[in-house]
Ligand binder design. Structure first.
Ligand SMILES: *Cc1c(COP(=O)(O)O)cnc(C)c1O
Length: 367
């Protein structure tokens, strides 16, 4: 029994992905050990924040970085930094930013909900979201024309949650921002490349710690030195409600070091093997047909895609509901359920999970 089962909660098999509602990811041993050691010792926290910022930057290639308790907090704190620009009277007035340039321009197709609306994270930092264009089409000149003297920054969300067609590209957004003397903030919460957006010229980039990095619950903002100093100051203001624990910071640093040393090719090959293991057994269950599919965004992520014979009388949505019921509760990746397919993402699985998936699916199919 794990600690959650001892509390009377069900065993959860996460075959969904880095989902906040299931706990995002599990801590690798070296990350957990670092977090424990960090938690059992004292440090001057302001000095730790500076040092961790320096260490994060070595992995992102940026001038400096500001550690946060999540990517959502990263968005709020980055916006707060860009709205207040290091001015004490402004930062202590937040979240009221009346009289300051506070408009945050983003494309309508980027105004997403990742479990909470992105617009709330912007507002928390004193920003006023200014959505431009329509949900499926935005022209570069609309972005340009939306800029006025009350604009704090441009905002770009890089995510599978966003509308992928008809949006202005990040290259163009960076160009528009800089031609107008404005910074651009990029939300790259779930992205795997820690250097790409800094290298492209984004002024501030936000990442989540527990997603690709499998760190302790955390996040960070990485980018230009002066802007980062404005972000760090928020810990004497709105950032206090988003306090980062010392153990979270130490865990994040350990996770970044580990991430750089991982053989990502070997990991993808291992995941593919697990997918094939699953497919072989799922194909032996009457009514199920499993195939291997690659991530729709072309990343080296392989998943098992299962469809159901109509004669078994259950839709993928119904099978999913039954998979989640009872103990263990098995959660698939839901993206294709309404189209009749169940996806199993093997990246988040812990030892013993793949067997539980097959067992549960067999039970559900046998009714
Ligand atoms: C997950 C996610 C966030 C929030 O990250 P947290 O670390 O959970 O706060 C923000 N933006 C996008 C695009 C995300 O996918």
């Amino acid at each position: 029994m794990n600690v959650y089962e001892k509390m009377g909660l069900q065993r959860v098999v996460n075959a969904s992905g880095r989902m906040t509602y299931l706990g995002v990811s599990t801590l690798p041993d070296e990350v957990a050990a670092a977090a424990v050691e960090g938690g059992q010792n004292y440090v001057v926290v302001a000095e730790l924040i500076d040092k961790v910022g320096e260490l994060i930057s070595a992995h992102t290639g940026a001038e400096d970085s500001c550690v946060t308790c999540s990517a959502s907090a990263g968005i709020a704190i980055a916006v707060a930094g860009l709205v207040t620009k290091g001015k004490r009277s402004a930062l202590t007035a937040l979240p009221d930013s009346t009289g300051l340039p506070n408009r945050v321009i983003l494309q309508k197709g980027h105004s997403v909900d990742y479990g909470a609306p992105i617009s709330i994270a912007i507002r928390l930092g004193g920003g006023v979201p200014a959505e431009v264009g329509t949900a499926n089409l935005v022209f570069p000149e609309e972005i340009e024309e939306a800029i006025d003297e009350n604009t704090a920054c441009l905002f770009y969300c890089k995510s599978h949650h966003c509308v992928q067609k008809g949006m202005v590209s990040l290259e163009e957004m960076i160009d528009i921002a800089h031609r107008n003397g404005l910074p651009i903030l990029v939300d790259a919460a779930a992205e795997e490349d820690m250097r790409k957006y800094v290298a492209m010229g984004a002024d501030l980039v936000v990442y989540s710690g527990a997603k690709a990095l499998e760190a302790t619950t955390s996040g960070f903002i990485t980018g230009r030195k002066e802007l980062i100093s404005w972000c760090k100051k928020q810990y004497q203001g709105i950032g206090r409600a988003m306090k980062v624990g010392k153990e979270q910071m130490v865990g994040l640093v350990a996770a970044l070091d580990r991430y750089d040393s991982i053989d990502h090719e070997a990991q993808a090959a291992g995941n593919l093997k697990t997918v094939e293991w699953l497919n072989e057994r799922i194909n032996a269950i009457p009514g199920c047909r499993a195939v291997t599919v690659q991530d729709e965004a072309g990343r080296k992520i392989y998943r098992s895609k299962v469809t159901f014979d109509p004669v078994c009388g259950m839709s993928a949505l119904e099978v999913d509901a039954k998979m989640r019921e009872g103990n263990p509760s098995v959660h698939c990746r839901p993206n294709l359920l309404s189209l009749g397919a169940m996806l199993f993402d093997v990246r988040p699985l812990v030892p013993g999970d793949k067997e539980l998936i097959v067992e549960k699916l067999r039970k559900v199919m046998e009714g």
